[in-house]
Design a protein around this ligand. Structure first.
Ligand code: DX5
Ligand code: ZN
Length: 214
């Protein structure tokens, strides 16, 4: 079952509540929230207060992607703001086990994120401790970049190790043309910013991506 997680980064920031409603009405089940600190990545987005305000208006699964130098400090504020899933980068400075334990201590799902140039092999011991792996298919920081297909073997490798009952999310540059490749490699949660919020008909874009064949 393929799930599309529209990324709010591509939404009209002056209309966040309405934009979330549009994609919820369009059939999305997840909302991908990109949190950037201007340090781990060269861009800034929004914080827990924004997530908390949106939580009151939406029943979507809030998938919070922390692009922070020290994510462990911000787990609790984002849980309190309404996160259902928190993912953090293995390249960050926080201790990976501590982050996973802290996220799980609040009863929500935890995932680890890999940048395009980071190999997954050194981190395979963590796979059995997390609920999700997120493979970046662009260098994090900005929406609207070109899909890096070289990351697909990492998706395939994780799928092979973890079997079918495990969430593998892919994030960056996914559109209607390349979503099939990502699904074929083994991704089952598809982050899409520009391809959903920039679509004439977001409902159709979500439906087409959800129907992508593996
Ligand atoms: C990049 C973010 C992505 C981004 C995806 O740092 O993690 O979630 O918003 O946007 P598109 O789909 O436009 O590449
Ligand atoms: Zn993201």
């Amino acid at each position: 079952m393929i799930k599309v997680a529209p990324s709010l980064l591509a939404a009209d920031m002056s209309e966040l509540g309405n934009q979330v409603k549009i994609i919820e009405d369009a059939g999305a089940k997840y909302l991908h929230l990109d949190i950037m600190d201007g340090h781990f990545v060269p861009n800034l987005t929004f914080g827990p207060a924004t997530v908390q305000s949106l939580r009151k208006k939406s029943n979507l699964v809030f998938d919070v992607h922390l692009m922070l130098t020290d994510p462990v400090k911000y787990i609790e504020p984002f849980v309190k703001a309404g996160a259902d899933i928190i993912t953090f980068h293995v390249e960050s400075n926080s201790n990976i086990d501590k982050c996973i334990e802290k996220i799980h201590s609040f009863g929500i799902k935890a995932g680890i994120v890999f940048n395009p140039d980071t190999g997954t092999e050194p981190y395979e011991a963590y796979l059995s401790k997390v609920d999700m792996v997120l493979i970046m298919s662009v260098y994090p920081g900005f929406g609207g970049q070109k899909f890096i297909e070289d990351v697909l073997p990492k998706v395939a490798r994780i799928r092979e190790i973890m079997g079918n009952n495990f969430d593998i999310e892919i994030d960056g540059g996914i559109n209607l043309k390349n979503v099939g490749e990502a699904v074929k490699a083994g991704a089952n949660i598809i982050v899409a910013g520009s391809a959903v919020f920039g679509a004439k008909d977001p409902a159709q874009a979500i439906a087409e991506m959800t129907g992508a064949q593996s």
